[in-house]
Design a protein around this ligand. Sequence first.
Ligand SMILES: Cc1ncc(COP(=O)(O)O)c(C=O)c1O
Length: 413
Amino acid sequence: MPASPPHASNRPRPARWLSSGNSITQQFLSLGGRPDIVSLAGGLPAAELYPVAEIAAASTRALARWGAVALEYGPVEGLPALRAAIAGRVSAAAGRPFGSENVLLTTGAMQGLDLLGKALIDEGDLIVAQFPTYLGALDAWRPRQPRYARLDWTFAEPTFEATLRQAKFAYAVPNYSNPTGVLVPQGQREALLDTVLAAGTWLVEDDPYLPLQLDGPAPPSILASHAARHPDGPYDGPVIYLGTLSKSLVPGLRVGWVVAEAGMIATLALAKQSTDLSSSMLTQAIALDLIESGFEARHVPPMLAAYRERRDALCAAMSSHLSDWFTWEVPPGGMFVWATARDPGFDTNALYAHALAEQVAFVPSSVFDPDGVLTNAIRLNFTRSSPERLVEGVRRLERAVRRYLAARPGRAA
Ligand SMILES: Cc1ncc(COP(=O)(O)O)c(C=O)c1O
């Protein structure tokens, strides 16, 4: 008689890194699907503004133009015509030529982050990351088990350059950062570039929020700053720039790109080959159509008007309901307001349970800290919900704060 099979619970367990909080992103995204909860947690655009009919028409045109090519595996570096279009866009913004050899098309900017982890990070390597740090980057790099140091935009720490010299790369989101919404001024961008150059390391500039400029233009990218110093010849700078169509069009296309010197692009392409062979040629062909037809450029301004209204509604409601306990800056772009508790002992992890009881969700600051110890701030998204829902969400949040304070031992509200 065959031995009875071992119980399913005795089967080998997933790799160790998976046990450390990686479901957090999914958990926050899934809250968005619950109508009873006002979710200010996810980092999602306004779905009702997605240009469904225009994307249907672009799909038809793309299939007519590319036929079977759009349905094949493609070159690992991406659809050549779209690579060239992105190279053209970056060249125009940077004021110097970039060629297709400087562009790798990726399955969203998220894949660019993942490939950087795969291609560059060995266990224990140091990353100097803007703090607080985009959760998706921490997630992408967690399997590689890096160490983190903080990117100090004040450059007050005299050992910062020495720290950078030890690092595999610096990681920055200078435009309307996720999670803080901060726009880094040009002087600090230049200072970071100088320090990276002096330290001889790489600088990953993650720029998904570039199109979401709500209060006027952003300063030039760090890539453009470097390009201005070296206007001729093949690009050989330290900047590895990540872009995406997720914010200017829709995240569902999953079209992003990495721009870097050609050797780095070849390294990342090698890493990409064993990940997915190629990104979807169909969505790249659709993206090319939406760019070449000028639709992307036409789509952004009305979307920004809607986002501005939402940001202002959220901030006005916060002023009425949360200012006794939190402070914040109105973000000049992007998707998020970052609010810091006046009381440094305020624990937003504990607030979260009360918020869910009041049917509102936010992202607590601890998930944006590699060490998980930043617990006195919250990230609120303003792009996904209508102004009315945002106001209702903030009302619920006020009730959650009162519950939290009442439940806190030994503290008065
Ligand atoms: C800082 C940052 N980088 C990268 C991404 C990933 O973007 P994509 O949708 O292109 O994968 C996001 C998404 O919100 C982000 O906030």
